[in-house]
Design a protein. Structure first.
Length: 237
């Protein structure tokens, strides 16, 4: 196509200059939204199976405590990796489904969205653990703190490993890998409770406490690095 014809087409289909563009943009005002409203909208984006799993665990604890008795601790501990899996998948969903760039172009940054979802699901999990621990402790006639540590360790081990996987592995493969980690921790917990029950005697509780401390710090570090990684994605956009 020669230059003369190209120029003629450009002149024929040229868009008119905008009239009052700056005045219109000055008149556009974004509706104010507070932190509470933002968190409420993020709750709606969390998938229903995460909430259903939490409700199932609580109901199973209340109903099953009358029938299962002392073994309830190991049953609930085996469910904890699945609870952690829900948090991991919600926080890494945008990156896994290649939606990170789209979320970066929205009104609120992807960092804010990840922090909100992490806080919502983390607080919900903490509330659930605090709710089921007394039921289990009463069935075992055990200390509540000690029971809570036994429940938290597999939960935090899954969370630490899962967040590490989400940072290192991109795409849907990271979610499959996290699901495998959750299943492995759940099975390992059941095997240890049945085959190596000596690990749960009072004399070894100091090691459980040390493991809980290490996992708490490690999980917090992985969460921080994941948030930093979202900031790097924003700058590279």
């Amino acid at each position: 196509m020669n230059k003369k014809l190209r120029r003629a087409l450009k002149d024929s289909f040229a868009a008119p200059l905008p009239v009052g563009k700056k005045a219109f943009l000055r008149g556009v005002r974004e509706l104010p939204i507070g932190n509470f409203e933002f968190i409420r909208t993020q709750i709606a984006y969390i998938r229903k199976w995460v909430w259903a799993l939490s409700g199932t665990i609580f109901a199973f604890t209340v109903i099953g405590s009358e029938w299962i008795g002392r073994d309830m601790l190991w049953c609930i501990s085996a469910f904890m990796p699945l609870l952690a899996l829900g948090i991991i998948t919600e926080c890494g969903r945008a990156e896994a489904y290649k939606m990170a760039e789209l979320e970066m172009s929205t009104r609120f940054s992807i960092k804010s969205a990840v922090l909100a979802r992490l806080g919502i699901t983390g607080c919900a999990s903490l509330i659930l653990i605090c709710a089921v621990t007394p039921f289990i402790a009463m069935q075992r006639s055990a200390d509540i703190f000690r029971t809570g540590v036994y429940i938290l360790c597999p939960y935090l081990l899954t969370a630490y490993s899962g967040f590490l996987a989400v940072r290192k592995i991109h795409g849907k493969e990271s979610l499959y890998f996290c699901a495998g980690i959750a299943a492995a921790v759940s099975v390992l917990n059941m095997i240890l409770s049945q085959e190596l029950s000596c690990l749960y005697i009072a004399g070894n509780f100091i090691w459980w406490s040390a493991a809980l401390t290490v996992l708490c710090v490690g999980t917090a570090i992985q969460c921080y690095k994941m948030i930093k990684q979202t900031e790097e994605l924003t700058w590279s956009l």
